[in-house]
Design a protein around this ligand. Structure first.
Ligand code: ATP
Length: 235
């Protein structure tokens, strides 16, 4: 059996006195996408933030390729190969697209992601290369956010609501890129309200309700019995 890329067990996280995550379990294998589904406020974003220690977990186990990740400083985590693409996309809007990419570009290794390669995978960013990021559409900002994440050469991307607010045509473009990345063995933990997109990308699904993992299993089992999960997700 191969070691999972990420294995989370009984993760608990508080915001002050509020006990938000009360037992999250999830496993992601290499080249797979796990869709983390749940209603608003269920704790999906908190789960992603807890994994990278942007919100400090109270207890639990987080293993990345079998090694302990719990309590590792959040600034070190991208260098281990884990990148969070946050819901607000995290780009620096007062800078140009070029500057946003150059900030994370520190290698010239041809085997790694670089500016040329990310512009190949997101060709629509080429014509906006020198534009200020305020001038980018929501779709272009999402693509830039993903491009920045790739420039850090991740093995695992934590992706928070990539389709939010985007036109179906743009969502389709992003979906195609994500399929390609999965085929290249990247692993993805995907938080997504767009069930169709989540199902298209995921091999496994984890359902979270009120900070607790309610179900985890293969996508096909989830799809066959989707009504069973109505209490915890909008279907
Ligand atoms: P959504 O789909 O709406 O983004 P979510 O499943 O990602 O929801 P979280 O954002 O993780 O949910 O929030 C889980 C709970 O934690 C919610 O009740 C939310 O109000 C609370 N919460 C989130 N961030 C904070 C914070 N910084 N301080 C206090 N409570 C917070």
């Amino acid at each position: 059996m191969t070691t999972p890329v990420l294995e989370v067990k009984d993760l608990n996280t508080h915001y002050g006195k509020s006990h938000i995550l009360q037992g999250i379990n999830l496993t992601i294998n290499r080249g797979n996408c796990l869709a983390l589904l749940g209603r608003n406020g269920a704790g999906k974003t908190t789960t992603l933030r807890s994994i990278v220690n942007l919100t400090k977990p109270s207890s639990g186990t987080i293993k990345y390729f079998g090694k302990n990740l719990l309590n590792q400083p959040s600034y070190k985590i991208p260098s281990y190969g884990i990148t969070l693409v946050p819901e607000n996309r995290g780009i620096l809007k007062t800078l140009t697209l070029e500057e946003n990419l150059k900030i994370v570009s520190n290698k010239n290794d041809k085997d790694n992601w670089n500016i040329e390669k990310v512009l190949e995978i997101f060709p629509s960013l080429k014509s906006k290369y020198y534009n200020n990021c305020f001038d980018l559409s929501g779709g272009e900002q999402q693509m830039l956010s993903l491009a920045r994440a790739l420039m850090l050469n991740p093995k695992l991307i934590l992706l928070d609501e990539p389709s939010q607010g985007l036109a179906p045509k743009i969502v389709l473009q992003i979906e195609k890129v994500l399929h390609k990345l999965l085929a290249d063995n990247l692993s993805i933990l995907l938080v997504e309200q767009n069930l169709k997109l989540a199902i298209s990308l995921a091999s496994h699904v984890s359902v979270i309700g009120k900070g607790i993992t309610r179900w985890e299993g293969e996508k096909l089992d989830f799809v066959k019995n989707v009504d069973k999960h109505k209490e915890w997700i909008s279907v």
